[in-house]
Design a protein around this ligand. Structure first.
Ligand code: NAD
Length: 256
């Protein structure tokens, strides 16, 4: 499929899943607005290899003002956002009665409220151009819980609820809104959890195997590229009646 002439904004695309999705969109011909922390130059170079226009905005998506500035810049420099992928997210693992209040607040701001702000600010442009795709990167934790992930699970359940509302409010238009719900994907966010598990005996391989074995029957990680291919499908005409879905990609996690 060709996304030539379309512009995609992927939040949190300087690493991990966001970068994988940005690469898939760029390979299909889309122009890309990247976002995320850290040195963005490697991500920009990699995405730019595919020939489209590439920019990066360093907005901290916990700030509604910075999201607004990022979207206004994208509209000015790229002519609008056709595909919005709300991907930026963080994790913190602790029992609920020990969960640091400031970590709760930042997980809700980054993993949930940013999806609301980016969506409300990108939608008017999509409506005026008569086409749009919004893909929210939720998680299996938007559909089931796990211990020690109170804020993350609450935020991801919220993302799926928001996805359904936006899908209904756009149901008679050429704009769709869906969520992807990955199981384990080996990114810096998950590597931190593997490192934490390996603290006791330093055996990273065992920590990785145990992490998969607890939840993911395939015993294999989902890849960012596989999620990128799904974003391409959701951006296609074939997916124009896929609305408000929460599509799990989880090696069988939710089949149990
Ligand atoms: P990651 O840590 O590799 O990447 C996160 C990205 O978000 C980075 O580019 C980072 O700079 C950016 N980011 C973090 N805080 C930000 C902020 N305040 N403002 C702007 N950018 C910010 O993580 P990942 O594993 O690629 O996760 C991406 C998304 O996928 C998250 O929403 C995560 O919850 C979700 N997810 C991940 C997994 C997994 O197993 N890795 C599974 C299900 C869902």
């Amino acid at each position: 499929m060709s996304l030539q002439g379309k512009t995609a904004l992927v939040t949190g695309s300087t690493s991990g899943i966001g970068l994988g999705i940005a690469l898939s969109l760029a390979k299909a011909g889309a122009n890309l607005v990247l976002n995320g922390f850290g040195d963005a130059s490697a991500a920009i170079t990699e995405v730019a290899k595919h020939g489209g226009k590439v920019g990066h905005h360093p907005a901290d998506v916990s700030s509604p003002e910075q999201i607004a500035e990022m979207i206004a810049n994208a509209e000015r420099d790229f002519g609008g956002i056709d595909i919005l992928v709300n991907n930026a997210g963080i994790q913190h693992v602790a029992p609920v009665d020990e969960f640091p209040v400031e970590r709760w607040d930042s997980i809700i701001a980054i993993n949930l409220s940013s999806v609301f702000h980016a969506t409300r600010l990108a939608l008017p442009g999509m409506r005026s151009r008569g086409w749009g795709r919004i893909v929210n990167i939720a998680s299996v934790h938007g559909l089931v819980g796990s211990v020690n992930k109170a804020a993350y699970v609450a935020a991801k359940h919220g993302v799926i609820g928001l996805t359904k509302v936006v899908a209904l409010e756009t149901a008679t238009t050429n704009i769709t809104c869906n969520a992807l719900c990955p199981g384990w994907v080996l990114t810096p966010l998950v590597q931190q959890q593997i490192d934490q598990r390996a603290l006791a005996d330093g055996d990273l391989d065992r920590a990785r195997r145990d992490l998969l074995a607890e939840k993911q029957p395939s015993l294999e990680f989902v890849t960012p590229g596989q999620l990128g291919e799904l974003v391409l499908f959701l951006s296609s005409d074939a997916a124009s009646q896929v609305r408000g879905a929460a599509w799990n990609v989880d090696g069988g996690w939710l089949a149990q």
